[in-house]
Design a protein around this ligand. Structure first.
Ligand code: HSE
Length: 302
């Protein structure tokens, strides 16, 4: 085996009412530089070492092995994987799905499985349980998907998205998805569900027809999860006020939070500087859509 590099984008899920179904790939990346090794080893950036193991308990390895086993292999060739991580952990930007998608790509490369994107998507959904982060991490752009544990359907679209700025407002604290999901109700009133589903439908139609103003309005209209989760994000109303002052079209809790993402059709260095000034405890980072999804590059032999 010669060396190769896998690059997986960050993702932002839900976009408001598209709960567990909609996500977008953004311009932040995890890269895996892979070389044959004596044994499995993940070289992890120092700041991530408290959260990402370097041995076989690493989620990337576990996913790669699970993928291999699904195709009848019992082991994987030992590999040294050097991780470079630009995706903050447990902040709602798809860090766990970068590991799942990275692991599937890794098994595909090491065993020459020749998986299609859809094969990878299906495996990733089986592991992750819902498609909203893993879909765009594999395909890029926006993915609208439904997975019921058996059937997996999706629509992929990219048109016009690169004209927008997707501004990530990242708090300094972690929020575990399990905790943020634990706050959600187990049942919802029928009439409310119909209304929520209507908001999601209009969100998708607005994104597909590039009606960004309406899409932004729908992001804010979500009642599936955001009202419950705001309790875990104490700065939500201050961030809302600052974003609205700067003319964001809409914003939402990214995935399970605590990151918030705002959409702008007009962006400027002056807006960035003002927002950084009024939100000093957050990382304020303008991002773009990433259109291609996870990729593998073969390394040239010297
Ligand atoms: N749709 C998921 C959620 C994303 O909001 O909980 C995080 O896994």
């Amino acid at each position: 085996m010669s060396g190769f590099q896998i690059r997986v984008p960050a993702t932002s899920a839900n976009l408001g009412p598209g709960f567990d179904s909609v996500g977008i790939a953004l311009s932040k990346f995890v890269t895996l530089d892979c070389q044959p090794g004596e044994d499995w080893f993940f070289s992890v950036p120092v700041e991530d070492q408290p959260y990402i193991p370097s041995g076989k308990s690493n989620l990337i390895y576990k996913t790669a092995l699970q993928t291999a086993e699904a195709f009848g292999y019992e082991t994987l060739p030992p590999t040294h994987v050097e991780l470079t991580n630009d995706v903050p952990i447990a902040r709602g930007l798809g860090s766990s799905s970068t590991a799942v998608v990275g692991g599937i790509e890794l098994a595909d490369q090491l065993l020459n499985l020749k998986l299609t994107k859809y094969d990878k998507f299906k495996i990733a959904c089986e592991i992750e349980g819902h498609p909203d982060n893993v879909g765009p991490a594999i395909y890029g752009g926006i993915m609208v998907s439904n997975y019921d544990g058996d059937h997996l359907d999706y629509v992929h679209f990219t048109e016009g998205l690169d004209g927008l700025t997707w501004l990530a407002i990242v708090p300094s604290y972690h929020l575990e998805t399990e905790k943020a999901r634990g706050l959600l109700p187990t049942e919802i009133d029928y009439k409310q569900a119909v209304n929520n589903s209507g908001s999601a439908n209009v969100l998708i139609a607005a994104l597909a027809t590039k009606d960004w103003v309406l899409a932004g309005k729908m992001m804010k209209s979500d009642r599936w999860h955001q009202p419950y989760r705001q309790a875990l994000i104490p700065g939500f109303s201050d961030v809302t006020e600052a974003l609205e002052y700067e003319g964001s079209l809409g914003h939402y809790i990214s995935g399970a939070g605590p990151t918030m993402v705002a959409v702008f059709d007009e962006w400027s260095a002056a807006k960035e500087s003002r927002l950084k000034g009024v939100l000093p405890s957050y990382l304020v980072e303008p991002l773009q859509v990433h259109l291609t999804g996870a990729e593998t590059f073969q390394k040239k032999m010297c």
